[in-house]
Design a protein around this ligand. Sequence first.
Ligand SMILES: Nc1ncnc2c1ncn2[C@@H]1O[C@H](COP(=O)(O)OP(=O)(O)OP(=O)(O)O)[C@@H](O)[C@H]1O
Length: 268
Amino acid sequence: MIMTESYLSIDHLHKEFPRRGDRPLNVLGDLDVHVEEGALLSILGPSGCGKSTLLNIINGLDDATTGEVRLAGRKVSTRTRSDVKIGVVFQQPRLLAWRTVRNNVALPLQEMGLPKDEIDDRVRRYLALVGLAEFADYYPLQLSGGMQQRVSLARGLAIEPDLLLADEPFSALDEFSARRLRQEFVRIWAETGKTILFVTHNIREAVFLSSRLLVITDRPARTYLDLPVTVPHPRKPEDDLLFELEKSVTEDFMRMEEQVRLEKEMTR
Ligand SMILES: Nc1ncnc2c1ncn2[C@@H]1O[C@H](COP(=O)(O)OP(=O)(O)OP(=O)(O)O)[C@@H](O)[C@H]1O
């Protein structure tokens, strides 16, 4: 059998942060993840288990203590970036209040040195993709939270990343806006074919969005469950199959928390 390398390979990843006067904080413990190109992989884990730390390492903003991340065949670190273009969408929109929507989306494109025509074209296309074509000349504070988050999504997509890292992008929104944005997010994923890593602690959201779902344990994080979500798109949030899956992932999640608690007690 011919073994092909995954698009994103995370092998034996371990990360600890030094602490003054104490043992280092063990955040990621021997984490293995292999992601195929074009996947929408949700990473589900308890709060504080190291999900953002993992995204930072994949994005070349921090180094693992040991272990390796490879993207499209090249090792990633703070010193050796891969050729893969990475876009990021955060929990908060992080827009510049003094720039219009258009100029917020244009900023990273200007930093990339793209010609003005290309920038104008991309800003127009990606604002249309997130349904904000008519709001290009608004300032962020003139928009609702959900609309600001769409601008941030347009900004992340406009650089045309090969890999999009989404760090709880809908968790600060009200449920109605989050629902609409999740549906748009899946449509954009289907239209653009991007590889997406989507970090969340919302089990229903992860089940609804993903082509694959990874549950990681509390610190030190390791893979507890890795399962494909084969329910075809377009999905309805109230689909029985999704509801059944959510129930079983919730049970797995609770079992995992109990197992980690017992392990911690035994090593105390
Ligand atoms: N630069 C740092 N220096 C020291 N400790 C850090 C640093 N970054 C993160 N940590 C610690 O690592 C742990 C994991 O943090 P991280 O932000 O990755 O978790 P998370 O799973 O994304 O959390 P949440 O779901 O609440 O956003 C936390 O205990 C945090 O305090």
